[in-house]
Structure formats: structure tokens, C-alpha cells
Ligand binder design. Structure first.
Ligand code: PHE
Length: 466
């Protein structure tokens, strides 16, 4: 447990990079990135994503980590330290993980349930869509699995920055990469002939993924590809939810932030890319182009179990490895959400880690129950301003991801770009003579381009642009 007066720090830059990458690598990398890539013209999407990661993502990530390290505070109090007037950003940045954590853990519970199904030899029972809907609408089972996932998350955070978060990430992240590489290689070797006599292979699926498809491309479609890549990247690097500020506050002054940001982004993009390599060839082989239209829960809990089933005897083994990998990805992300909240309470109210963790857990438990009940007792069909229809989980997701996060990120850019000036961040980044070769790019991004991009995303959330 950490000393009361001295702030904990990550043991080394590797621990920090893996913890931050652990946060960034999450469900989005697995169930949304491959889908968008397949939908948005393969290599074209990948190219847009890469360019945005090196510009837009780099500016946001650098800003948040530097804010944390400079102020040595977690989000709730960090922004106030930069400017009294702009302290409210910290409140919003802390509300975001408070909202996301409960439903992220509910989904974590769904993953655990599927892992358990595969481990106990019940893989075959998961192939019907009704298995999934039956499970999430059941009264007790989703609550139980949610509580297990939340308890695991809370336990890690309770153990502290070094013994909990850093240790977990340094063990799980390398295993995650090995698993995902292993499954991808397997996926590429697949071949299947369907009932109509059509044979499709993993390598054909690889082409769908990698080769840019300009067929029927119009300017407005290209714009859509770019907006998809922006929104995916924005969610994927875990900014605007206080996490990177909290983790940044544990980074030692001698750590090179430029290199760290590059490595975190590299890791996150690599895993997203590998997820595509794993999922697209497999889905394409067994379900063709139609299968690639699924994303999110329906991809993970309906399409993929069908794909594993179609693989024959090896299917359940691949399923176990897959759900294990997803569990690791989700756990390191939920831990980071929890830490953003726990650290905020610790800094703001001067609570001990134990008290802060317990209060965060109770709060998440209460909100998570609402999410679970949203599929039975509290079932409603909400129509959201962006046109989607959903339940409690989707409403919470909408408020946090589509409304609050862009606002937090825009406000952060205005604060850094125009109130304190980019020098605040540049000074922190170049501490100890570190070379910041993209300094000019950073300034332009944070002042003009990043807030403009975010404004587009916010307009999309409100349904102003489609
Ligand atoms: N960045 C994660 C992803 O791509 C999402 C995430 C959400 C991470 C919430 C942490 C907290 O899936």
C-alpha cells in the first residue's frame, strides 16, 4: 500500500507503457476496429487511422499524460491546478469513468460467462442468438457475472499502482499479444466450402482487410471513412476519461514522454490491427461478406461463437483462447477506469486508497445493477439523438462517449491551446532535455485541428451530421 504523503509512481517506463496500453487496448480494438476496417474499404480505413493516430491521437495523448505528470494530480483536481476557471473539466473528466465503469464491467461479466461456457465444454450451446439474448435478459446470472468482474477489477486497484495495476499489465499484456498473434496465424490458414459449394479462405479474407477498396467511393463516403476512423481512434486511446491524466501523474520525471506516447499508440494500433487479422479472415471464411456486417456484442457473442463452431474440433479451444484474450483486454481497461475514479477521490477528499476503492466499488455496483436490470425489469427502448435505439447501457454509453468525452477533449484543447498555452505541455514533455521533434505539429494540432475534428464528432453525436 502506498505511503500517505508520497505519491505512488510506476516502477519504470515499461510498466507505465504497458498499463496505458492496457487501458487503450479494450473491447473497441476487438469488436469495432475490424468491423470498421471491413466496412470502410479495408486498407483505406487503416491508412486514415494511422495518419490520425500520428497527429490527432498523438496530440490528445501527449496533452493528457503531460497534464497528469505536471500537476501530479488525478483528473478531478488536475485541471483546476492549471487554471481555476477551467477546473470544471476535471469534474466532467471524472464523471466519464464513473458512468463507463459500471457498464464496462457488465460487459466484462458477459465475457466471463462465455469463457465459462467454453471452458466447461458448452461451446455448442452458444451458437444460437437466443443464447445471448436469453442470458442478458435473465434475472440473476448477468448480475452475478458482473459482480465477479467488478470484484476482480476492484481488487487490482485496491492493491495499488505498483502491486496491482503495473503488475497486472506487465503480466497480461504480453500474453494478450501472444494469444492474438497465435489466433491470427490460425485464422489465416482457414478454408471452408459452404453448402452452395463456394470455397473461401482466410487469405481471401486478408485481402478484404488489407487492400484498399475504392469501388463506389464518393467524396461523402470518404468523409464518412475519416469520421469513423476519428471516432474509433478517439475512443481507443482512452483519452477524455481522466485515465491518462491519472496514469500520467504516476510517471517519473525522468521518463521520456514522447517515446512513451509513441509506444502506447503503437501498441494500441498493433493490437487493433491484429484483431482484424484474427477476426476478418475467420468470419469471411465461414460467413462471407455478410458475416462482416456484425460488430459489437453481436459479433462477439453471436457471430464468433458460430465461427468457432464451424471450425470443428479445434473450435472450442480457439474459443477459450479468444475469450481469455478478451477478458485480459477488458480487465486492464476496467482497472484503468477504476483508477481514474479512485485516484480522483483520493486527491480531492484525501481519502486512503482503501476507502476510495470501496466507495467507487459501491457506486459502480449500484449503477451496474441498473444496467443489468435495463434488460428485464427496467426495459425501455430509448431513441437516442443520433438515431440509435437502446437500453440503459446504450444511454450511458451515449452520454459518456458521444457527449461528455468530446466536450472534455475540446475543453482540454482550448485550455492548453489558448488559456495556458501549449508551452505548458511542451515544457513538461521536454523536461531534462528530451527532444520533441513534433513540437510545431503539436501546437497546430492542439490549437486548431484537434478541436475542429472533435467538434465534428460532437455534431455527429447530436445527429447534426450523419
Ligand atoms: N480504449 C478502450 C477500447 O478501445 C476502451 C476503454 C473504455 C478503455 C473505457 C478504458 C475505459 O476498447
Amino acid at each position: 500500500m502506498e505511503n500517505k504523503k508520497e505519491r505512488s509512481t510506476f516502477g519504470g517506463s515499461l510498466g507505465f507503457i504497458l498499463a496505458a496500453a492496457g487501458s487503450a487496448v479494450g473491447l473497441g480494438n476487438i469488436w469495432r476496429f475490424p468491423y470498421l476496417a471491413a466496412k470502410d474499404g479495408g486498407g483505406l480505413f487503416l491508412l486514415c487511422y494511422l495518419i490520425l493516430a500520428l497527429t490527432f491521437g498523438f496530440a490528445l495523448l501527449t496533452s493528457e499524460i503531460a497534464i497528469g505528470r505536471k500537476t501530479r494530480q488525478s483528473p478531478l483536481t488536475a485541471y483546476k491546478k492549471l487554471s481555476e476557471k477551467w477546473g470544471w473539466i476535471g469534474i466532467l473528466a471524472c464523471v466519464v469513468p464513473v458512468i463507463i465503469l459500471p457498464y464496462y464491467c457488465v460487459i466484462g461479466g458477459w465475457i466471463l460467462r462465455y469463457l465459462a461456457d467454453f471452458l466447461t465444454g458448452n461451446a455448442a450451446s452458444t451458437i444460437e442468438a437466443s443464447h445471448f439474448t436469453g442470458f442478458i435478459t435473465a434475472q440473476w446470472s448477468p448480475i452475478l457475472w458482473f459482480v465477479v468482474f467488478l470484484a476482480a477489477t476492484v481488487f487490482v486497484v485496491y492493491k495499488g499502482v505498483n502491486n496491482g495495476i503495473e503488475r497486472l499489465s506487465t503480466v497480461l499484456m504480453p500474453i494478450l499479444v501472444l494469444l492474438i498473434i497465435g489466433i491470427s496465424v490460425f485464422s489465416l490458414t482457414l478454408s471452408h466450402t459452404d453448402a452452395a459449394g463456394v470455397t473461401r479462405t482466410g487469405l481471401q479474407g486478408l485481402k478484404v482487410y488489407l487492400i484498399p477498396n475504392f469501388e463506389g467511393m464518393t467524396f461523402s463516403k470518404l468523409l464518412k471513412v475519416i469520421i469513423d476512423a476519428m471516432s474509433q481512434l478517439f475512443y481507443s486511446i482512452s483519452v477524455a476519461m481522466g485515465i491518462m491524466v491519472a496514469y500520467g501523474s504516476y510517471v517519473k520525471k525522468e521518463v521520456n514522454l514522447v517515446k512513451s506516447v509513441n509506444r502506447i499508440e503503437f501498441f494500441d494500433t498493433l493490437v487493433a490491427f491484429l484483431a482484424g487479422l484474427m477476426i476478418i479472415p475467420a468470419v469471411f471464411t465461414f460467413q462471407g461478406h455478410e458475416g462482416l456486417a456484425a460488430s459489437g456484442p453481436s459479433l462477439m457473442f453471436i457471430s464468433l461463437p458460430q465461427v468457432f463452431d464451424a471450425m470443428g474440433t479445434i473450435g472450442p479451444v480457439i474459443g477459450i483462447l479468444f475469450f481469455l484474450m478478451v477478458t485480459f483486454a477488458a480487465l486492464t481497461s476496467s482497472v484503468s477506469l477504476t483508477e481514474a475514479v479512485v485516484a480522483s477521490f483520493m486527491d480531492k477528499f484525501h481519502w486512503e486508497r482503501k476507502k476510495s476503492t470501496i466507495i467507487t466499488a459501491v457506486l459502480s455496483l449500484a449503477l451496474g445493477l441498473l444496467v443489468c436490470l435495463g434488460y428485464n425489469v427496467l426495459y425501455f427502448d430509448f431513441t437516442l439523438p443520433n438515431g440509435q435505439v437502446g437500453q440503459v447501457l446504450d444511454v450511458m454509453d451515449y452520454i459518456s462517449n458521444y457527449v461528455l468525452m468530446p466536450i472534455v477533449a475540446i475543453a482540454t484543447c482550448i485550455l492548453i491551446g489558448w488559456v495556458t498555452g501549449p508551452k505548458t505541455i511542451i515544457d513538461e514533455v521536454t523536461l531534462g532535455g528530451v527532444k520533441f521533434s513534433r513540437e510545431k505539429l503539436y501546437t497546430a494540432m492542439v490549437k486548431f485541428i484537434t478541436p475542429a475534428i472533435l467538434l465534428l464528432l460532437l455534431m455527429q453525436s447530436f445527429g447534426i451530421i450523419k
